[in-house]
Design a binder for this molecule. Structure first.
Ligand SMILES: [Zn+2]
Length: 291
């Protein structure tokens, strides 16, 4: 009650300023488990600070080429279908923050199941590689936890190579009837030596030969959005290299835990793996510009 009275008072005091109309829009409006989500805030003004949390993850807002205030996020593959919480806060240079909560309806999704046969050393890694696996995991964690860099991608993303998808995101896998795991990327078919290109502009933050992933490149696109390329036979960039969208970064191979040559593409936002297809298929350029 007191809050309501206060709000009314503030409204009465602010006679020279029209009431702010904030609208929070979501693309897609009903995202599925494991899918990319773009949050758009309409009604924010220059000088406002926009922040937010979606399903427990921080949103990093930016102003795009069409002057829209947006943030890229994703739904966890583990998120229960039903309502997920989205809270956006707009802090004007003076005065109280405007806080808007939205219930986002998350759709369930059926994940593929696969049975695969691989070299037993990838199902029960020998003791001799334990230290290596530990180092590799730590190196990846450092990337997700590093200070976020500025947004470097522009417009929509492009395919690293166009071919058939041989395994989808979130697939439940059983290796050699023993090891169960989840597939945190998409496998794009290819022959050893086929070119692999950067899906968007960014900076190379990892070039490595890893036990399970084989020849690996990781690109930081800014604002904690990353793309990962596994099983490469050739690595054509160095850590620290800036890359343009579509730049040749490596060649398809069959290094690491694979059943044959292909490109594994992964995408991560704020440490969360999500379906790369939802990033490649999202039209960042389309839609209305800010009026
Ligand atoms: Zn894969």
């Amino acid at each position: 009650m007191i809050i309501m009275v206060l709000k009314l008072l503030l409204l009465l005091l602010a006679t020279d300023r029209p009431a702010r109309d904030l609208a929070v829009k979501l693309f897609p409006p009903r995202p599925a488990q494991g899918q990319l989500v773009v949050v758009q805030v309409e009604g924010a003004e220059p000088g406002d600070r926009v922040s937010g949390i979606f399903a427990g993850r921080k949103l990093r807002f930016f102003i795009d080429e069409r002057v829209r205030v947006r943030a890229v996020s994703a739904v966890s593959w583990k998120q229960k279908p039903g309502d997920a919480s989205l809270v956006v806060t707009v802090q004007p240079p003076k005065g109280d923050p405007i806080i808007q909560g939205v219930a986002v309806l998350v759709l369930g999704r059926r994940f593929e199941e696969q049975k695969l046969s691989v070299d037993p050393k990838y199902v029960r890694p020998p003791k001799s590689v334990r230290a290596r696996l530990k180092r590799e995991r730590a190196a990846m964690r450092r990337i997700w936890r590093a200070q976020p860099s500025e947004r470097q991608w522009r417009g929509s993303f492009v395919w690293p190579r166009k071919d058939e998808i041989c395994s989808t995101f979130g697939a439940r896998r059983m290796f050699n009837h023993k090891l169960e795991s989840r597939h945190f990327g998409v496998d794009i078919d290819g022959k050893t030596g086929d070119p692999v290109r950067a899906v968007g502009a960014g900076r190379v933050v990892m070039v490595a030969d890893r036990y399970y992933a084989g020849g690996t490149v990781v690109i930081d696109h800014g604002l904690r959005l990353f793309s990962l390329y596994f099983h490469l036979s050739e690595l054509l960039v160095k850590t620290g290299d800036p890359v343009e969208k579509g730049r040749l970064i490596g060649k398809v191979g069959k290094s690491g835990r694979v059943t044959g040559p292909h490109l594994h593409l992964g995408t991560r936002i704020e440490g969360l793996s999500f379906d790369p297809l939802s990033l490649l298929e999202f039209d960042f350029e389309g839609g209305a510009a800010r009026p």
